[in-house]
Design a protein around this ligand. Structure first.
Ligand code: GDP
Length: 210
């Protein structure tokens, strides 16, 4: 079974005070609405409709938790950039996301989903500005890569690497396609390593305390 396949819906949260209190490690997925985040989560979990729970009315602006088993969570953050969202909801979104990204101790890493044809929009940069100062790793998935030819793929990969290299030393970038199921192994390997490193750090702490 692949790394994300055990994912099951756990809970929906609309206020930071309602975030799960357990110390389970979590990895968050964020992206502009329509970037392909739900499709990517479904592809990774090898399910057709798992992440569409996050798209049901009333939940699109919420944080949706999926349990991966083994005391690990995948956290689906609300898609951003809807043109028609009223100001008050945009403010709520900013507060929820910025506080979650800057202050959540359980968060081990961020998977930032961007349409490979429109990477690093202003709102994506907001997310990076909030998250990168924590020093935790970010992994960028450049989705819908099936819509680009080979040289366009190489060009966008280079561009995003160059930009992130200016901002962070803890980043990685890859191409991804849900339609063609391309790039699944690479995401699994990056995210499972974040969790494994975390387990190792916990073990080391335990030994030191003995
Ligand atoms: P979300 O709003 O970020 O969750 O985006 P969705 O996963 O709902 O995808 C938005 C649109 O992009 C849908 O029409 C998807 O079918 C399409 N899409 C998502 N991923 C891919 C992909 O890898 N390749 C192609 N060609 N289309 C995709």
């Amino acid at each position: 079974m692949n790394f994300f396949q055990p994912a099951v819906f756990y809970t929906t949260v609309n206020h930071l005070r309602d975030l799960p209190v357990e110390s389970h490690a979590e990895v968050a997925f964020a992206g502009r609405s329509n970037a392909g985040k739900s499709s990517a989560i479904n592809t990774l979990a090898n399910r057709t409709r798992l992440a569409f729970v996050s798209k049901t009315p009333g939940r699109t602006q919420h944080i949706n938790y999926f349990s991966l088993g083994g005391q690990r969570y995948l956290v689906d953050l609300p898609g951003y950039g809807y043109a028609k969202v009223p100001g008050a909801i945009k403010d709520h979104w900013r507060e929820l996301l910025s506080e979650y990204l800057t202050q959540r101790p359980q968060l081990r890493g961020l998977v930032l989903i961007m349409d490979s044809r429109h990477p690093l929009t202003d709102l994506d940069r907001n997310m990076l500005q909030w998250f990168l100062p924590t020093g935790k790793p970010v992994h960028c998935l450049l989705t819908k890569s099936d819509k680009l030819n080979r040289s366009e793929c190489m060009a966008v990969l280079r561009l995003v690497k160059e930009e992130l290299g200016k901002l962070s030393s803890t980043y990685s970038v890859q191409l991804f396609s849900s339609s063609k199921k391309l790039g699944v192994d690479e995401v699994e390997s990056v995210v499972s390593k974040w969790f494994d490193e975390d387990d190792q750090a916990e073990k080391n702490l335990g030994h030191r305390g003995e």
